[in-house]
Design a protein around this ligand. Sequence first.
Ligand SMILES: Cc1cc2nc3c(=O)[nH]c(=O)nc-3n(C[C@H](O)[C@H](O)[C@H](O)COP(=O)(O)O)c2cc1C
Length: 282
Amino acid sequence: MRATIVYFSQTGNTEKVAYELADQLQRAGYEVTPLLFEDVADFPEALQGVDLLGIGFPTFFGYPPQFVLDMIAGLDKADGTGAFVFTTYGGATAGDSLYDAASALAKKGYRFLGGLKIEGADNYPQGIALRINAGRPDGTDMNAVDEFAGKILDALRSGRSLDPEKLASTNEFFVGSRNKPRQEVLRSIFKNVQGKIVFDDKQCLFCETCKKSCPTKSITSGEAFPEFSWTCIGGMHCFQCIRVCPGKALHAEFPGTIEDYQKFWAPISDSPEEKRRTYVAA
Ligand SMILES: Cc1cc2nc3c(=O)[nH]c(=O)nc-3n(C[C@H](O)[C@H](O)[C@H](O)COP(=O)(O)O)c2cc1C
């Protein structure tokens, strides 16, 4: 039996969950291939003929990063292969991220088994400054991951599936946004908290680490310096280039204060009930 877990992780939270899931599946006798989103195009065979597919990503402003949905849309049609999704989020909201990814997989003919959301250290710059969820995912989170893996395997063996609709967020902001164009919703979320990335060519080491680590390949080799498209993830920034730059040639400037950031997130954060919801085929 073969399973592939495709994941994207900038700061390791989703990767930690991906490897815990891989470990559990291996213990259950699966041959597991963990695969980074960046490598999917180079290893198409890792997705062919698998018995189980898992897809994991951090939540970006309440949704999956667009390239996750693009990757799923590019998959071959599946004939009832079992699939699950997982996301890590900084404790504000997982929004409709699982719902969107699950719906996309079901549309491709996968038999959807379940979704998992786990809180991780908030890696959005203002969240880092506030040390939101520092240390997570922790041991308790890993227990939840193990439990989820067991339930997924059980659903797979017994032929059960889960309607992706069950993953739709109950958070009023996301319920009210479902019929609006995605770009409009995203803009309304990040316009107040989105930083601007500034490049200082005097500090640039020409190492292209930023280019290599960009999840959307929005950085290309220029004549002398890297060229940034700044469209990044559908108009938003993930700041990965800033995090990895060894020369400190990139930094972010934010429009508001930390207080503005907190004031902004509070009304669109998930309720404790929404955070506790679990989604597995029963
Ligand atoms: C561009 C961006 C948008 C984010 N949006 C959200 C969000 O909507 N809700 C939330 O709780 N956390 C949000 N976060 C925090 C990440 O989802 C969280 O830190 C995640 O666990 C990071 O996973 P990773 O370490 O695998 O990259 C965002 C982070 C970034 C970079």
